[in-house]
Design a protein around this ligand. Sequence first.
Ligand SMILES: [Cu+2]
Length: 175
Amino acid sequence: MLFRTLILTAVVALLSITANADQAEIQSAISAGPASLTKNATIMRWNGKVLRQGTNGWTCLPDMPGNGGIDPWCVDASWQNLLDAVTNKKTPSYKKLGIAYMLAGDAPISNITPAGKKQDGDWVEGLKAHLMVLVPDHAMFDNISTNPNNGGPWIMWPKTPYAHVMIPIDSYPSK
Ligand SMILES: [Cu+2]
């Protein structure tokens, strides 16, 4: 009986934790990718707290508030490594091609470096749905433009360890 009560208490506690999890954050996170992918993805806050454990190796993160745009992400392991490297200002160590989805858009950002300022130029603003690809060997980027306004794919943060291919799905620039 005591055991059953304990189980019940645990179930009720789990249910209330789930109910209390920020549904808005989960909705935001899954808006970054296709439903076929997000339905089995881990949902994680930017502080690393897992809101929902996934099974398919993908991680979706909600919009980061206060940065002037809507920018939820869905990332694979290589991109998680890159995000961690950018956040902690270290060199990324991913060894495999990486893919990230940002189907809900992005916040304004410098194309020069992660910490770049608008006045330095190459500012990317109003970017909607896009994909991002990481390749460990940056020599393979040589055939892709570094101009974010060329209308097609381009290299973001080209001269840094954080270089990646930006692939617009919605038109960019929009006009
Ligand atoms: Cu990018």
